[in-house]
Write a protein that binds this ligand. Sequence first.
Ligand code: WQD
Length: 335
Amino acid sequence: MRILVTGGAGYIGSHTAVELIQAGYDVVIVDDLSNARREVIDRIQEITGTRPLFYQINCADKKALQAVFAGNRIDAVIHFAGFKAVGESVKKPLQYYRNNLDSTLTLLEVMEEYGCRKFIFSSSATVYGPENPHSYREEMPAIQSSSPYGWTKVMIERILTDYTTAHPDFCAVLLRYFNPIGAHESGLLGDDPNGIPNNLMPYIARVAARQLEKLTIFGGDYPTPDGTCQRDYLHVVDLAVGHLKALEYAMDHKGVEAVNLGTGNGVSVLELVQVFEKVNHIKLNYVIGPRRDGDLPAFWADATKAKALLGWEAKHSIEDMCESAWRFVLHSNVQ
Ligand code: WQD
């Protein structure tokens, strides 16, 4: 079976492409490389021994996307492609709505043209918004977010839900990610954002590598055990395997399902820093500074549905996540 992975040169997309190839799927990657590097395709080949087909296109380019479908019988799509920087989305809402919504709408139109009816969507826990109790369950309202980036996820979930209602033989699985961190055990793939990282783990890794001077922990006065925010960090390889399980489910089912992909455990910023220092034998330079606008004190997944519906659960420890994140940086710096 041939799977189209949009945004497949990105952090989660590339890890998912590796798992798909190793599970025996043919993989076609489309990526505009706006936030990814072409050599990631080489690394996927280095890890798996198989080079995925790669097209450098933006999914909103209908003619280019039609050519990909015309040239390859696509059985299912895993859709990662989209802008994803929360802070940037607040400054550039039009670009986020245009890019993330257009690419999804165009993709669905072309899928319909070519009779492709299986869609796995890269959604986010951000759709639960600030009102829900902090152990998120899929049946809770997921209808608001705190940034244009998050709103695009809410809107795309709505688009997929309405499309599936109108096309009952379609299957859409909305995977709501918590906080993916870590890297492939080879050290060849990892979280390598352009510029200064917004997210915690890539920032920690750059401080550890002395590429950034110090980590500022955003807020030490939250109503949590140690005063710092708690999140549900999960290993990116566990997350990638979750996509495989969702694909297997989608091939045998119709309709739309939202599924949390998380460990079910909340870990604080300070705890993550301490684990990173311990497993990597590194002293991190950090200070506790003011809170970051928009941050919630604590949330994590209720991961019951993923286990029941997909037969998936996270397996890697927080130590694995920290150790693999550092190995990726060491490997990148050696290259
Ligand atoms: C985690 C914790 C920060 C950086 C975001 C998006 C979400 C998803 C994952 C895409 C928070 C603290 C961070 C730093 C810090 N992205 N922190 N110093 O905000 O939970 O989620 O990324 O889908 O949609 O909202 O992740 O890694 O930015 O922050 O103290 O330099 O680390 O305050 O408590 P977040 P994060």
